[in-house]
Design a protein around this ligand. Sequence first.
Ligand code: ATP
Ligand code: MG
Length: 365
Amino acid sequence: MLDNALKILNIICDNGYKAYIVGGFVRDYLLGINSNDIDITTNATPKELQEIFDNACIPSADYGAVTINNSGTRYEITTFRKEISYTNNRKPEKIEYIDDLYKDLTRRDFTINTICIDKNGDIIDFLKGQDDLKKRIIKTVGNAKEKFEEDSLRMLRAVRFASNLGFELDIEVEEAIKAKKYLLKNISYNRKKEELDKIFSNVNAKKGIELLLKFGLDKELELERLKDIKNTESLMCVWSILNVTDIYPFNNTEKEMIININKALKLDNYDALVLYKYGLYINQQAGAIKGLDKKKITKLYNKLKIHSKKDLDITSDQIIKIINKPPGEYIKLIYDDLEKEVLYNRLKNHNRNLKKYIVKNINKY
Ligand code: ATP
Ligand code: MG
């Protein structure tokens, strides 16, 4: 992966520009952690990059970051910049391209995110990021309070890096979070959710939650139920307990999962009909929240006589033929009934038995 990234750097440099790998990839590489995305910083402008790379995309919302996808890796290339005019403690509205790597590094958030690798694979570390990486400490580049005033999302990023990497927060960062946490309200729910997703989906999610609670960020983030979280089995488990779909943006799949997990929470997750209706994953999540036996849930699910309507040994045409009426709502009623009887082992899933059952109960439909 590094070799491929170095090739990209060399292509940019061969065109007469400077380019370095920076940020998460270098940090994680030095820690022996794999990453999928590579950030590159360069003095080439997005337009110039587009002339070099045919497949370069410029996502409009992304402040001039150019994205290239190459053999499964996503490269995000940004031009050396100075960020000017921060409004309301969020991302800068205006940026100014500069020709100075050092200055570009000083506008970044934490020292461990400023280490660079050049086109020869050599480390460039103007701001002593490697020292802090060795000390396993999250330290801002420059004054912490000022950094958080400029962009208060950085407070959440600090928590994320501390918990995901198992690092300590520098004392100045801790003090600055306490002093500036109220500014988190100025950040869009979208950006906050992206960071929270990264905290909650990590194996160290518990530490992240502890840190958020320690600084009282649960209140600032409107996550009233954060203190109730005992189990961080999955990202969806955490969001289901928090139950904040009315304030934070979730896509439809996420929303549906959160609603279903909350419904399944109130039901018996060992019950055949509940397992059938909500499926294995949802019951496992609800079970995890309640401290139920995951293996038992999986075993009971696998033993279900049917897993979907299609598994019933009867077709809707056969049902219509028995009832002898034009298709109508009764078909669903019959299916519901058959499912329940088969799942509770009161009826064998054989075509003959199912037909007999319908005939016997014909008055119900
Ligand atoms: P990961 O990609 O693992 O989430 P990362 O550190 O690479 O972590 P990115 O969001 O990809 O994070 O950003 C790339 C780099 O850009 C960071 O390492 C940091 O140097 C800089 N950066 C990102 N967000 C900010 C910010 N809000 N303020 C200052 N610098 C930032
Ligand atoms: Mg990155």
